[in-house]
Design a protein around this ligand. Structure first.
Ligand code: GAL
Length: 344
């Protein structure tokens, strides 16, 4: 009898440990280390996500320690629930794409799937200081090249091959954002320093930027858009480099505007809780729709340790609000999100 009681107690302990482990790992914790399937902190900074069938692919800046400094890298992670991520490797690895570049960067990669050509098309911000001195060298950190790079692949998990760099519609382009509308039309959002931020439609094969929808004459970057219940919501951040600032949003019934004034998405003194917008993802489930704010908490001196701030937004009727970061769960089937009280 004694033996069977201790076996029973042992079994209970194992079960409860499992339940605790399960609930711990099934949550999204803003600002925490986010381990991938190998236990490494996810390296997908300034990232973007696309859904192919029931798989989500998260692309971003690969900034782990020990990378070969001759290359710039884009990583890819795959998930079915947006919580557990499998590292698919560095799907883009490129050397300096133009000999005029001195110091150079590849930032904020975004991937689109083109059903007509059956290709995956990656846009990225390619920038750096250039050899010839021109008026643009005033831009901080030598971001004077101001182009997008375009790379293609047959598979979502690469390898992606860089095929071109250019200034979209002839304009300077720094931070880029991705928006795919409910009808499948693909847009690029890009920051054009002298003017503001632009929303432009991609060409049929997605390899070029074809048509400007709108110039929002606000000096903002980290552009993100979601189409929710008949209204477009655009988020942007101020131009403060890696330092956080109060991100703001505007709304419009059409991508071409007119856009409303920009309003705070959180108490301005919280400076977006230390994060900068990179994308909004809409999860349409069987019971609810959750719009997730995806932001980066940058750590400029230890970039590999930069964190993510993902939170379900309070959104609707022209209002958008980023709740105070706390642990939460997402049910990918029902679309429901649930905020959990963090321990003090
Ligand atoms: C930020 C931008 C980042 C990176 C950084 C460099 O404003 O959002 O993607 O370019 O500046 O200073």
């Amino acid at each position: 009898m004694k033996v069977s009681i201790s076996v029973f107690v042992g079994l209970l302990m194992v079960l409860s440990i499992n339940v605790i482990a399960q609930s711990k790992t099934d949550t999204i914790k803003p600002a925490a280390i986010w381990p991938d399937n190998n236990g490494n902190h996810i390296q997908a900074h300034g990232g973007g996500i696309i859904k192919i069938k029931s798989n989500y692919y998260w692309y971003g800046e690969e900034r782990r320690q020990g990378l070969d400094t001759n290359y710039r890298y884009v990583s890819c992670y795959q998930s079915k629930d947006l919580v557990h991520w499998i590292f698919e490797g560095d799907v883009l690895q490129i050397t300096k794409p133009d000999s005029v570049l001195l110091k150079w960067v590849v930032e904020r990669p975004k991937v689109y799937y083109n059903a007509r050509t059956n290709k995956y098309v990656m846009y990225m911000h390619v920038d750096g200081s250039v050899k010839s001195t021109n008026s643009n060298t005033k831009v901080s950190g030598g971001y004077s090249y101001a182009r997008v790079g375009v790379a293609i692949s047959d598979k979502p998990t690469g390898p992606f091959k860089l095929i071109n760099t250019f200034r979209p519609l002839g304009h300077e382009s720094r931070d880029i954002g991705q928006f795919i509308d409910d009808d499948g039309t693909a847009y690029l959002i890009f920051e054009d320093r002298p003017y503001g931020f632009r929303i432009a439609k991609l060409s049929d094969d997605y390899l070029s930027v074809e048509k400007e929808m709108c110039l929002i004459p606000q000096h903002m970057e980290g552009g993100a858009i979601v189409h929710y219940k008949g209204l477009y919501y655009a988020i942007g951040s101020a131009l403060t480099s890696w330092a956080p600032n109060p991100n703001k949003y505007a709304t419009a019934t059409s991508l071409s505007g007119p856009w409303s004034d920009f309003k705070d998405i959180a108490p301005p003194e919280a400076k977006t809780y230390g994060a900068q917008s990179t994308m909004m993802i809409k999860i349409v489930g069987t019971r609810a729709t959750t719009v997730i704010f995806m932001g980066d908490i940058w750590k400029p001196r230890t970039q590999w340790d930069s964190r993510y701030l993902w939170m379900p937004l309070e959104i609707g009727d022209g209002k958008l609000w980023l709740p105070k970061p706390q642990t939460w769960t997402l049910n990918i089937k029902t679309g429901e999100s649930n905020l959990l009280k963090d321990n003090p």
